[in-house]
Design a protein around this ligand. Structure first.
Ligand SMILES: [Fe+2]
Length: 168
């Protein structure tokens, strides 16, 4: 994936979110942690590219979910996210076979039992790291999330350095 494509995707994510800087910041943070985890775990370059695109777009369905269902709950975001992601990726000319996996990840990023690849695993870890911080979760909650959902060495290392919990 070219740097130009990622820059265009980030800009598009920001413009889609308009003045909602909280959502833009969230996506940028998840993207940052996805880079750290994805860059330190074994995965083929196209898989890493899918991870990074999904990290930027994972919550893109929130505005439509709030408008339609008056809720930002995970299940509504999973319904509303993929069509928006599809429109954005088509607009940017992302190849279909790549885009399909990104829609899937956007549509399943709260379905933690369905993790089926290193891109999905890294995405949920990156999102949890940001959500633990943004939601001000207790050390106990962070520890239980780590135990249940963290699998990668780099994700566990971040959980430990950021929140002082070890996930073994
Ligand atoms: Fe998120």
């Amino acid at each position: 994936m070219s740097k130009q494509l990622m820059a265009a995707l980030l800009l598009r994510m920001a413009s889609y979110n308009g003045s909602d800087t909280r959502r833009i910041d969230h996506a940028l943070k998840v993207y940052g942690y996805a880079q750290m985890i994805g860059g330190n775990e074994e995965m083929p370059a196209p898989v890493r590219a899918n991870l990074l695109m999904a990290a930027v777009l994972h919550d893109i369905g929130i505005h439509n979910a709030e408008a339609k269902y008056h809720s930002a709950a995970g299940r509504y975001q999973e319904i509303e996210g993929p069509p928006v992601a599809r429109a954005i990726l088509e607009e940017l000319g992302v190849p279909v076979e790549m885009a399909e996996r990104v829609y899937f990840l956007v549509g399943h990023h709260h379905s933690y039992t369905q993790v089926d690849g290193p891109d999905f695993q890294a995405l949920i870890e990156a999102d949890f790291l940001v959500n633990i911080e943004e939601d001000g979760l207790s050390k106990e909650s962070a520890a239980s999330i780590g135990e249940k959902y963290f699998r990668t060495e780099s994700g566990k290392a971040l959980l430990s350095s950021l929140f002082g919990v070890s996930a073994e």
